[in-house]
Design a protein around this ligand. Structure first.
Ligand code: SAM
Ligand code: SF4
Length: 375
């Protein structure tokens, strides 16, 4: 599954005045004109969207239409009572069935004004006319709406509690009821549970517990958390069954790192990574747990020298490094997808690092594959 970028935030959530200009151009960057225009309908392929096979649940129980332009389209607000009701099937919710039918049966957008601006639309997906599903691709969960940092393109930290109703962390009872609902209604497998959303998942006081409840029900699922890593590392994450810890840290030098990750400290993040690697070894989980440093190349942290420093740090720590591009304010002026792939080919032998990955707006491939154009 491709990795997606879901910033910047929308006006309704309060875009900061200092980034408003750049955000205004967003639909032109992400917009799909009309994915049906130049193609004859094919019985086996359809325009689709991640929401046809996935769910996104926010910290306060809201279930929006994914975390891109659909973030403000709340399909349902979940409660424990509803999830425990045998008549309520969350994954085959009537509004999700409508999304499936629109894309897979009726060849149209379910919400034209919103879908047209959404990065989650896939113009060439396998067609599945059934309105019912029993396999979840991605269960995306915003375990916490709060964050300890104040990155300029994200929700302003001081505004968070004003912009959303509590609870600000997923309630354990809601979580247990959600997993119960999936089991009760025959969801056989979940490819990935991803703790991310628009806050920092590690702000949740019991993230390891949430992971464990899920892992006991779906032991084969990938369980991923994406965090800024400005926390003391807690063993209960790996004990709870987390398989992929992804740490967003954009820069190999304190000064460039703090330019975007306001309120954070690179030294703290590196310590977090080191403790995570140490815990993984102590628990004998090297084959199961993947620790990834996600480095967004902004114009102030994209020099060869700093990228090589990051490779050096990643090698010493024993984590995998992924360089990513952003289409928004501060984006690297040096790289597009192709030139980054070429640069990584050039730098990797110098860095003697393990293989790195290259992620950009839906592109999530090992660098060698990206460079060779292989699928
Ligand atoms: C809102 S963050 C929440 C998770 C966590 N707090 C973090 O920062 O990784 C969700 C995702 O957006 C990414 N992100 C943050 N700022 C970005 C930017 N300016 N451009 C592209 N992606 C960005 C983060 O790296 C993360 O993968
Ligand atoms: S660390 Fe993540 S959630 Fe926090 S402000 Fe930055 S991008 Fe937003």
């Amino acid at each position: 599954m491709a990795d997606r970028v879901h910033l910047p935030i929308t006006d309704e959530l309060g875009v900061r005045d200092d980034v408003r200009e750049e955000v205004r151009d967003e639909p032109a960057v992400l917009g799909l004109d009309d994915p049906w225009r130049d193609r004859a309908p094919r019985p086996d392929r359809a325009v689709s969207c991640i929401m046809a096979d996935s769910l996104y649940v926010k910290a306060n129980g809201e279930m929006p239409c994914w975390c891109d332009s659909g973030e403000d389209l709340i399909l349902e607000t979940l409660s424990v009572e509803q999830l425990m009701d045998p008549a309520f099937d969350v994954f085959n919710h009537p509004r999700i069935q409508q999304i499936r039918a629109a894309f897979h049966d009726e060849d149209r957008y379910p919400f034209p004004d919103v879908c047209r601006r959404c990065a989650m639309v896939d113009p060439d997906a396998p067609r599945n006319r059934s309105r019912y599903r029993s396999h979840i691709d991605t269960l995306h969960v915003e375990s916490s709406w709060l964050c300890n940092l104040d990155c300029p393109l994200c929700i302003p930290r001081a505004e968070r509690k004003r912009l959303k109703d509590p609870p600000f962390h997923v309630e354990p009872s809601l979580w247990i009821a959600l997993v119960h609902n999936l089991k009760m209604h025959g969801v056989q497998s979940v490819r990935m549970l991803h703790f991310e959303g628009r806050g920092d998942p590690l702000m949740h006081p019991h993230l390891g517990h949430l992971a464990k409840v899920f892992h006991l029900s779906y032991p084969d699922a990938i369980i991923q958390a994406t965090t800024n890593g400005n926390f003391p590392f807690r063993d209960d994450l790996f004990e709870g069954g987390l398989t992929h810890l992804r740490i967003s840290a954009d820069g190999a030098r304190e000064e460039s790192y703090q330019r975007y990750r306001r309120g954070g400290k690179l030294a703290k993040v590196l310590r977090f990574m080191r403790d995570a690697v140490e815990c993984r070894a102590r628990l004998g989980l090297e084959d199961r747990v993947h620790i990834e440093w996600k480095y967004i190349l902004f114009e102030w942290c994209d020099s060869d020298e700093e990228m090589l420093e990051a490779y050096g740090l990643a090698r010493d720590l024993g984590v995998e490094l992924s360089f990513c591009l952003t289409p928004w304010d501060g984006k690297s002026a040096r790289f597009d997808s192709e030139s980054l792939a070429a640069k990584l080919e050039e730098l990797m032998p110098l860095a003697q690092n393990r293989p790195t990955r290259h992620i950009e707006l839906g592109l999530d491939k090992p660098a060698a594959e990206a460079a060779s154009g292989l699928p």
